[in-house]
Each structure stands twice: as structure tokens, then as C-alpha cells.
Write a protein that binds this ligand. Sequence first.
Ligand code: COA
Length: 245
Amino acid sequence: MSAVVATERRGDVCIIWLKRPEKLNALSSAVERALDEAISSADVTHSGAVVIAGEGRAFSAGADVSEFADRDPEAIARYYRETGGIYERVAGLTQPTLAAVHGYCLGGGLELALATDLRIADETAVLGFPEVALGILPSSGGTVRATRLVGPAKAKELILLGGRIDAAQALVAGLVTEVVAAGGALERAVELAQALAELPRLAVSVAKQAIDAVPESSREAALVIERLAYGLLAQTDAAREKGGG
Ligand code: COA
């Protein structure tokens, strides 16, 4: 695996480190490719929960702006077929995922954080979508996930105006799930990840997938998924042992 991303196991938890601190973990194609390799590695696939964190003074300052030049339509289509698919692949991980956010979390960095299940920010976090001011828009799932998380009006405020918000504002908006003291995001994220990893794995995974299916489904279909998922889980040894089956 490339040196710009590394995995670290802590018990059943796997931390995926963005390791390009000199560029504030800007998400170049090389970083995206390395992230892809990381999420297919045994460290991740055998883990019970995954935390994504950034080395240095930021989570990530977003897409690598130095790679923006010379993007003709063909190259852009190829990008989404190749490394640009990483955000959806992170979102598709079946185990719970968390982002430990500190410092800048902008653009594609925020989109990566939004592709995880829970976002723990420390008080140094600065979040925002700078894309529209650059003449583009968040295009790694950002418009979809931000709108679902915070609603269309707040998503428009964040994406159209492009202002930066702090951790407390992000918590009020629903963009992050918890705020901790400066320097505490990773520790708290790992603590929650460990708690998640200790729960019955199939129940956590199936519940996550059922929740993810809700916005994609009719009410009736979502209820069928929920009931079928219950039918599956209730028959597991974990449910029988813990009284749920
Ligand atoms: N892409 C590529 N390189 C980036 C980057 C990005 N998105 N964000 C930061 N960097 C690089 C800087 O070019 C600089 O590299 P250098 O030391 O070789 O010149 C290094 O990271 C440190 O950044 P710097 O700008 O010196 O830090 P700062 O604390 O003064 O400012 C930011 C931090 C995040 C406000 C500023 O770097 C910035 O605006 N970055 C672009 C953010 C952005 O538009 N992201 C979304 C793209 S869609």
C-alpha cells in the first residue's frame, strides 16, 4: 500500500490514516487509490469497525486542486469509474465507520467524512464546501449526503454560500454527531468504534444497511427490509444468547 494511506489495527478496530500532512491530506488520485487498497485490505475487512483519521494538522483540505487542470469529459468519466468511486465504496462498507475530524475538513474531505456513519469532530474542526466558489460543486456524493443529513435549505446555505463552519455549528446542523475537546477526536472515535465492534456484528451490519436503504426505498419497501432483516437476525446464535431471538 502506498505511503499516503496506512492502516493501523487497535484490537477489532481498524484506523485508516490519511498520511499526506504536508498537503493537509489533500485527496489526490494517489490518495484515493491508496484508500481503495486500504478498504480492501485484511486489516479493514477483518475489523469490526473502521475509523478514518488525518495525520498532521487537518483531517483533509479536500480534493487536490493541483489535479483539477486538463479534465476533459472523458477524463472525468474515467475518474468516476476509477478512483472517484472510493467515496461510494467507503459508504458501502458493511461494518460501522467513523470519521475522526480535526482541523480542516473541506470539500472532498468533508465528502469522505460524510460517507462514514458517525463523525466525531474536535473543537479545532473547520468544515465547509468551497467548490461553488471554484466554479464547480461537491461531486463525490456531497450534494446527496449533505441534503439528506441537514435538509435542502441548510445544504444550500453550506454548498452555495460555501462558508466555513466550526464544530459547534456543524453539530447543530447535524453534519457531525459529536464534538469533543481539541485533540480528542481520534480517541473518542476509537472508543465508539470499539463499543460497536463488541456488539453482535451481523446485527450492527444489517441495521446499518437497513438504515442506509431507507432514503432509497418507499416506506413499504423499507418496512419489508426491516422485517426481513429481523427475520434473519432473530435466528442467529447472538440473538438467541442475548434474548433477542
Ligand atoms: N489541494 C492541494 N494542495 C492543498 C490543498 C488542496 N485541496 N489544500 C492545501 N494544500 C496544500 C497547500 O498548497 C500547501 O502546500 P505547499 O506548502 O506546498 O504550498 C499545504 O497544503 C499547506 O496549505 P496552506 O494553504 O499553506 O495552509 P493554510 O493553513 O494557510 O490554509 C486552507 C489552509 C485549507 C485554508 C488552504 O490550504 C486552502 O484553501 N486549501 C484549498 C481548500 C479547497 O479549496 N479544497 C476543496 C477543493 S474542491
